[in-house]
Design a protein around this ligand. Structure first.
Ligand code: MLT
Length: 264
């Protein structure tokens, strides 16, 4: 699996498919890594080159100290430059969506399309920020496991965790293997991210908004509101899915992405 040095960080990325119709770049959620995109790397790479980096500190990328969401967007831009990619389609899930929006604001000229999955444009509320601080203290004092314990029930519905133990195990393994300091840095980055609702009306590239019908973190109403603010965007609601729609329902998510890619 390839690795590059980007803005003083060692960044690992997964890649499948070459010399295709274009490049699809996939940005993962918190506190996960590129492994969450396995079904998309596999299923969409027959017609597109698919690249999924691990953000700094996550997965197999090196730990670097504190960062901001904007810095993760800058890392993404540098990665695209180093790989000499033409205009790309950028997809992000949740925290990856926060980065994708920061990217779209700063680097719109390098985008061919945008896919926002299970994410939102609003900044954290005061209560949300206080909760980030509590989680940071837990990560620093007790490590990654209690964070995984707290997150699992939010990422996927209880029934899914019961009926699909392998999916729950995969998510738990990803979360428990994330370094506590990376978890703390990412929580601070999300707590401090700016509100992006004001830029939604300026997005001028084709955009797909997708969400699980049972998403407890960024529910369908939030996705619908975002879709209504992005000119000409498409909305897809995936049934039988919580917050992790690409992992929970790849048989709905992959065709929705493929149909979108065919049009951009
Ligand atoms: C994620 O899935 O990336 C996070 O839950 C997003 C968040 O906590 O705001």
């Amino acid at each position: 699996m390839p690795t590059l040095t980007i803005n003083n960080a060692t960044i690992h990325y997964a890649e499948q498919g070459r010399n295709k119709a274009g490049t699809l770049l996939l940005l993962h959620g918190f506190p996960l890594h590129s492994g969450m995109w396995e079904a998309q790397l596999e299923g969409l790479s027959t017609s597109w080159r698919v690249i999924a980096p691990d953000f700094r500190g996550f997965g197999r990328s090196g730990e670097t100290g504190p960062f901001t969401i904007e810095q993760l967007a800058d890392d993404t831009h540098t990665l695209i430059g180093q790989l000499k990619l033409d205009k790309i389609v950028l997809a992000g899930l949740s925290m990856g969506g926060y980065v994708a929006l920061a990217y779209a604001k700063k680097y719109a000229q390098s985008l061919r399309g945008l896919i926002l999955l299970d994410t939102k444009a609003e900044a954290d509320s005061a209560e949300g920020k206080a909760n980030r601080d509590r989680m940071i203290a837990i990560a620093n004092e007790k490590g990654s496991k209690p964070i995984a314990d707290a997150m699992l029930g939010k990422l996927i519905p209880e029934e899914t965790a019961r009926n699909r133990p392998q999916l729950a195990r995969t998510l738990r393994d990803m979360m428990e293997s994330t370094r506590p300091q990376t978890i703390a840095h990412a929580l601070a980055a999300m707590r401090d991210r700016p509100d992006q609702t004001g830029m939604l009306g300026n997005i001028a590239v084709p955009t797909l908004v997708g969400v699980g019908d049972q998403d407890a973190i960024t529910p369908p109403d939030v996705a619908r509101a975002m879709h209504e603010k992005i000119p000409g965007s498409h909305l897809r609601i995936f049934t039988g899915s919580g917050h992790m729609s690409p992992m929970e329902q790849p048989s709905q998510v992959n065709p929705a992405i493929a149909e979108f890619l065919a049009k951009v």
